[in-house]
Write a protein that binds this ligand. Structure first.
Ligand SMILES: Nc1ncnc2c1ncn2[C@@H]1O[C@H](COP(=O)(O)OP(=O)(O)OP(=O)(O)O)[C@@H](O)[C@H]1O
Length: 337
């Protein structure tokens, strides 16, 4: 488990103080895949680099598996860091070393014997699907393969936490998916806690169970990925969600409609019920679906529909109340002309 308490990171520059992280407190539970999202400059890198003290916090606490990292001397910190793996956007591999040597290098710090190193690296390369690449150099690998080496190296010392610093931002969409599914597999099979930072909401939607949104060094919203997607509060969160759920009806289309336009969200098992068809049976209203989709987030459905309802005002009103009561989430976008 990771606990971040009142973490502050300020940088002193020639132009004065710059705030990287502004009083952030977070809890990441064991086994979580925790995504931290924000635009460039929001403080994500500063925060994740403070989690293994690559960046020394100005104040606050970072407690990993019960150990306050800021209380450790250099030697103890080096040992504690072996339990915190990290992967990077640009992989950070040593170009003059082979794949095997890059991974083995991580075991040097832990003083492993040659034989233990050989068997551990072999096991790791198998885990990330690179057994046949053990003797090649990084320049002969694709971006996805380089990141797999990075993952193998990060896992070498059996860490309990893996920090991912924009780990898929330099990769194409299909390679991104394969790396994300590898991370998910590692999380599931090894019970590894993963913290990742990204500016891509798609990444969070794909693998995280918890998330936080950062802006100006602060966490402005956090929670389970499903709840944040279904119920975003802050304007920035809403715009991030919009970018991935892409729920837009052109205004020219909306302007032409004569009925009442409603946006309905179906959460969880309600998305599998027949609320909409029931409405048409129960009330004298006609419906016209303008947009609709069901997203699966954390394997739980989230349905979003935009509909035009036509009929007598009182029937439309009853239909709206019925849907509202069943879904808990109906927003009238435009009332009938
Ligand atoms: N070494 C540094 N010296 C001075 N200021 C810094 C340093 N590192 C980060 N900052 C500043 O701290 C703030 C947060 O930057 P940070 O890199 O943590 O954000 P980010 O969300 O990771 O953005 P990006 O994705 O662009 O890296 C920014 O204003 C940035 O300019």
């Amino acid at each position: 488990m990771i606990e971040v308490r009142n973490l502050v990171k300020t940088y002193v520059t020639k132009k004065g103080k710059v705030i990287g992280v502004d009083n952030v407190s977070l809890t990441v539970n064991k086994g979580d895949i925790f995504g931290i999202v924000g635009y460039s400059g929001a403080g994500k890198s500063s925060l994740i680099r403070c989690l293994n003290l690559l960046e020394k916090p100005t104040s606050g606490q970072v407690i990993i598996d019960g150990i306050n990292l800021l209380s450790l001397n250099d030697k103890k910190l080096r040992t504690a860091r072996l339990k915190i793996g990290m992967i990077f956007q640009h992989f950070h591999l040593v170009s003059s070393k082979t794949v095997f040597e890059n991974v083995a290098f991580a075991l040097k710090a832990a003083n492993k014997s040659k034989r233990d190193t050989e068997s551990r690296v072999t096991e790791l390369l198998e885990m990330v699907g690179l057994t046949d690449k053990r003797d090649v150099y990084p320049s002969q690998l694709s971006g996805g393969q380089k990141q797999r080496v990075g993952i193998a190296r990060a896992l070498a010392n059996h860490p309990s936490v893996l920090l991912c610093d924009e780990a898929t931002s330099a990769l194409d969409p299909s390679t991104t998916r394969s790396i994300l599914s590898l991370l998910k597999k590692i999380n599931r099979e090894l019970g590894l806690t993963i913290v990742l930072i990204t500016h891509e909401m798609e990444v969070v939607k794909e693998i995280c169970n918890k998330m936080a949104i950062m802006q100006d060094g602060r966490v402005i919203e956090e929670g389970s990925v499903y709840e944040v997607f279904a119920n975003p509060q802050a304007p920035l969160t809403k715009s991030f969600i919009q970018s991935v759920l892409q729920f837009d009806v052109p205004s020219q289309i909306l302007e032409k409609r004569k009925g009442t336009i409603v946006k309905i969200q179906f959460k969880g098992s309600i998305a599998e019920e027949s609320v909409i068809s029931d409405v048409f049976q129960k009330f004298k209203v006609k419906g016209n679906i303008l947009h609709g989709k069901i997203e699966y987030i954390q394997e739980t459905p989230l349905g979003i529909f935009m509909m035009e309802l036509n009929g007598d005002e009182s029937e439309v009103e009853k239909a709206i109340e019925y849907i509202r009561a069943r879904t808990n989430s109906l927003e009238v976008i435009v009332y009938a002309a």
